[in-house]
Design a protein around this ligand. Structure first.
Ligand SMILES: [Zn+2]
Length: 335
């Protein structure tokens, strides 16, 4: 069963939707955001485009560029504020972003931005097989938006929710709370390993302590089968492991479905380009390895156009229908 109709639209329709949304977004940011107006003009690109591939002519956005604009203009959005201040509902600082004294840096969220992010995560959780009545244990990072959104997404699916904080001091509590028998876990990889280590140290029988987990969504690393096998030997015997990726622009998540053949990403909200790392104006062919660039096409508050994280991500893109029945594209993250 496929949860959301968008996930089974033919690629042609999905890409038409992307082009319409991209055109609207490029025009909106050109008219509202000083950063984009300046950079589009400098690169002599017209925000009205006729095909998605034209996006490759636009300049790349890096953290360095946002920092420069944040500091120079004392602008917390680094020139990317796209809607009026009053419509920005929440601000989140980016913990991966270097702090520049006197120039705080934030991502803004409108009401619609949050709704969209929650909907995306709800789809991802459903895609892994998490359903109403499941008990989701999420080990999450402080004020990171995923904290709020994953909680809302799980509740909207009708799940029970147990939170834990991804800091070392919280590990004993996280391991103790596993006695409540949550059956799904969302966690950064490092915390998964720390929990396993602590359980052993605290005298828990690992071969039984982790048995209740059926779905384990691991983020922040490239997941490999050998890692799952190692953990299954430690006691996660009933667990099916999923790779959930998030990059440090709000709302971009990609997650494996139950077929484990690449990570579906929200093609209706993002454009994921795979480019030649030496020449970002050159797209690589479908299925080939290249650098991942991400563009928000629905985000209202502080969108990113052709963003690359400080440590570039490498991936291949796959548009053929997945064995799960979803038509929505997949990424395979590569080293
Ligand atoms: Zn699939």
């Amino acid at each position: 069963m496929i949860f959301n109709n968008i996930e089974k639209l033919p690629q042609e329709k999905l890409q038409k939707m992307q082009l319409d949304r991209l055109n609207t977004q490029l025009n909106t940011v050109y008219n509202n955001c000083p950063l984009y107006k300046k950079r589009f003009d400098q690169n002599n690109v017209d925000p009205n485009i006729t095909k998605i591939e034209d996006l490759a002519k636009f300049p790349i956005l890096t953290d360095e560029i946002i920092i420069e604009n944040t500091v120079k203009n004392k602008d917390v959005f680094g020139g990317r504020q796209n809607i009026i201040e009053d419509a920005i509902w929440k601000l989140f600082s980016n913990d991966k972003f270097p702090y520049v004294e006197g120039s705080p840096f934030f991502y803004g969220y409108s009401q619609n931005d949050f709704k969209s992010e929650i909907d995306i995560l709800k789809r991802m959780l459903f895609g892994t097989g998490i359903r109403q009545g499941d008990f989701v244990h999420a080990i999450i990072l402080g004020m990171d938006p995923i904290t709020y959104s994953v909680y809302q997404a799980a509740l909207k699916l009708g799940c029970r929710f147990l939170g834990g904080l991804a800091v070392e001091i919280d590990i004993p509590r996280i391991v103790d709370s596993m006695r409540l028998k949550p059956n799904c876990l969302i966690t950064p990889f490092a915390m998964l390993m720390a929990a396993s280590k602590h359980a052993k140290k605290a005298g828990f029988d690992e071969s039984t302590h982790f048995l209740n987990y059926q779905k384990v969504l691991v983020h922040d690393i490239i997941w490999e089968t050998r890692r799952a096998e190692k953990l299954q030997r430690k006691g996660w015997k009933n667990a099916e492991f999923f790779n959930l990726r998030k990059i440090n622009i709000p709302g971009f998540y990609a997650c494996e479905c139950e077929k484990h053949d690449g990570l579906h990403y929200p093609q209706d909200s993002f454009i994921a380009e795979i480019v030649d790392p030496e020449n970002p104006k050159e797209l690589v062919a479908e299925g080939e390895r290249g650098q991942l660039l991400v563009t928000n096409i629905t985000r209202e508050a502080s969108p990113c156009i052709r963003y690359t994280p400080p440590r570039p991500l490498f991936a291949s893109k796959h548009l053929e229908i997945c064995d799960c029945g979803r038509t929505i594209a997949r990424l395979k993250f590569l080293k």
